[in-house]
Structure formats: structure tokens, C-alpha cells
Design a protein. Structure first.
Length: 277
């Protein structure tokens, strides 16, 4: 695995991992709210066919984590982060894959830099709006926006709330190893950054409406964090999209059934790259 320190928006350093042949079609994996690139561990087999790149978003993991709210509310900064990774690693017509909050990051990139450099997008349990643009019907009962203990500085309460949140991400329990990894990744993110991620406002729908490249929307039918209707709305909004709605699956399809997810992503990406060539 190759590891890079890439300068993103505003000069912030981003931690990026990179595996698979450098001349293979690229996938850029973008994790969700208060998570880490290790969330994509089960997607490592895709590196046999693709160049698989994953970053720790600003404020997460091993990337820089400024403790000012403004560092997380500017759509341009998020877009510049993704642009920097694509440019620095010379990713040709990459497919952007965004879990949950990661869909907001993809929309920020397209809004800021356009769609010419990418082959397609894959929102996975993806949000379609944050901040003032978010509407009540978009949030499930387990949404992190509704649990104040996810933003406390009291470590005991924070750990308990985080463990509960990760448990609510899936329909069936994850393995102890995967569950522990996701809880640990979440705990690395400071309460200020957790709050700041929801402080900005972005409606992804106008961005999706103007996006003409292929899109695959993957969503769990039992997602209690970002409700299935959000995935259905995204698929209806994206002009060139298909919806893969999974029965008995929660908010993390890529972790709940990695083999199925990897197969669907590989098939979509191969076709998207072929169309972009």
C-alpha cells in the first residue's frame, strides 16, 4: 500500500492510501461522518482490478484537524480536497464512491470543479442535504444529528453514544473486529469537528440534477440513519442513475455484505470507465 500526504483546500494536509496498479482504472473512496479510510478495509480485493484510493477527510483520522468550525462549512474547501487528491495522484476519470456524508463531499467537488475529471459517482447511504437544506423526512431515528451525546466532551458518554451509533449503522451485527475498528475511528474525531460537519449548508439535489455521468445509488432498505427514501430521491434526481436497494441492510452496505458490494461496484466502475474512455 502506498501512503501520501496531499495538500488540500486551504493548505491542510490529507492522509491518503493508494493500492493496486497505478495505471488501472481508479476508485476514490470517501468515508462518512466521523469515520476513517479504514472503513473501506473490506474493499481491498478491488485492488486486483482497480487503483483503489481512500482518504481521511479533513478533521478525521491522520489528516489535519483544525479546530475552527469554518474549516468544515465551506463547500469550496471540501471540493478542493478531492480535486487535490485527483490531481496529485493523476487519477484519470476516477469513480467517486461516497458513504453517507461522503456523498456531500462528492457534491461539493462537482459544484466546485465540475464533472469532467470523473467517470461516475456511487453514493452509498448518501445524504442529499445538510444544515438548513436538510428536511425532517431525510433523517432516521438513529441520525447522529439527533443524539447530543455524540458531541459531548465527556468521554464515557461519548464512547457509549458512539458504540450505540455504530451498532445502529447495520441491520445485523458486524464482526467484533470491524465493529471495534469503526468505533475506534469515530472516537478519533473531536466533538468540535463532529458538530462542525453539520454546521454548513448544502443541498446536493441541484448538483445531482446537473450531473450527466453514470451514477449508482446503493442504499439499505433498513437504513435508520439516512432513510431509504433519501436514496430513492437521489436516484430519481440523478439523470443517468440506477438504484440498488438492499433488503435486510442498514446504513453500511459495503461492510454488511462486502462481496456483493464489491461485485456491484466493480461492474459499475468497469462500465463507467469504458464509457469515459
Amino acid at each position: 500500500m502506498r501512503v501520501h500526504a496531499i495538500t488540500g483546500g486551504g493548505g491542510l494536509k490529507l492522509h491518503v492510501t493508494d493500492q493496486g496498479p497505478e495505471d488501472a482504472p481508479a476508485l476514490l473512496l470517501i468515508h462518512g461522518w466521523a469515520q476513517h479510510s479504514v472503513a473501506w478495509t473490506a474493499q481491498a480485493p478491488l485492488a486486483e482490478r482497480f487503483r483503489v484510493v481512500a482518504l481521511d477527510l479533513r478533521g478525521h483520522g491522520s489528516s489535519d484537524a483544525p479546530q475552527e468550525i469554518d474549516a468544515y462549512t465551506d463547500t469550496t474547501l471540501w471540493g478542493d480536497d478531492i480535486h487535490a487528491v485527483i490531481t496529485e495522484l493523476d487519477l484519470q476519470k476516477t469513480v467517486l464512491v461516497g458513504w453517507s456524508y461522503g456523498a456531500r463531499v462528492i457534491a461539493s467537488y462537482i459544484a466546485t470543479h465540475g464533472q469532467d475529471a470523473i467517470a461516475g459517482v456511487v453514493p452509498v447511504g448518501g445524504v442529499i442535504a445538510i444544515g438548513d437544506a436538510r428536511e425532517p423526512w431525510m433523517m432516521g431515528a438513529s441520525s447522529p444529528a439527533l443524539n447530543k451525546d455524540l458531541y459531548t466532551s465527556d468521554q464515557a458518554r461519548l464512547l457509549a453514544a458512539t458504540a450505540q451509533f455504530v451498532d445502529q449503522c447495520t441491520y445485523a451485527p458486524l464482526s467484533r473486529e470491524t465493529y471495534g475498528t469503526l468505533v475506534g475511528a469515530n472516537m478519533l474525531v473531536s466533538p468540535l469537528v463532529r458538530r462542525a460537519l453539520f454546521a454548513g449548508t448544502l443541498d446536493c439535489r441541484p448538483v445531482w440534477q446537473s450531473f450527466t455521468k453514470p451514477a449508482l445509488v446503493v442504499h439499505g432498505a433498513c437504513d435508520s440513519i439516512v432513510l431509504p427514501i433519501v436514496g430513492q430521491t437521489a436516484a430519481e434526481t440523478l439523470p443517468n442513475s440506477s438504484l440498488s436497494l438492499w433488503d435486510k441492510t442498514g446504513h453500511a452496505p459495503f461492510a454488511e455484505d462486502p462481496a456483493r458490494f464489491n461485485a456491484e461496484l466493480a461492474a459499475f466502475a468497469a462500465k463507467a470507465h469504458e464509457e469515459a474512455a
